[in-house]
Write a protein that binds this ligand. Sequence first.
Ligand code: C2G
Length: 138
Amino acid sequence: MKKVLTYGTYDLLHYGHFRLLKRAKELGDHLTVAISTDEFNLIKGKKCVQPYGHRAEIIKAIRYVDEVIPENSWEQKINDIREHNINVFVMGCDWKGKFDYLEQYRKVLYLDRTDDISTTTLKNHLKSIQNIQKDINQ
Ligand code: C2G
């Protein structure tokens, strides 16, 4: 069985996330997704809208995803690759080069990101809707 591993925050799940997971699964038979915990996201400088439990449950419900594990630190990848018998490590190309050190352990692939969609743009869109709502209610 060819096992694939990828990492991410996956806050406010969107089409770009979904397409990454779909393409990651197409690289093997089993996909493990390591979801950044709320605590680790603070280290990454990210404040999530959805708590870890919600993000993990949503990702686990995607048919391309076979297993979800917590991502607690930058340093856990080598151990995760060994512990989960991973064959391919995959990330979106915004991370290109950042995980090349894993090449000595397993195949590393960077997949194209999906343009024009991100959690940040969704958050900004929600904020603008809230502001319009406030103006209407005034
Ligand atoms: N992604 C994508 N297209 C987008 C947005 C995101 O392909 N429009 C991909 C990213 O490249 C990443 C995955 O979706 O591979 C998850 O994105 P994030 O939730 O933003 O993950 P990030 O915060 O980058 O965390 O140790 C690695 C980190 O945990 C990655």
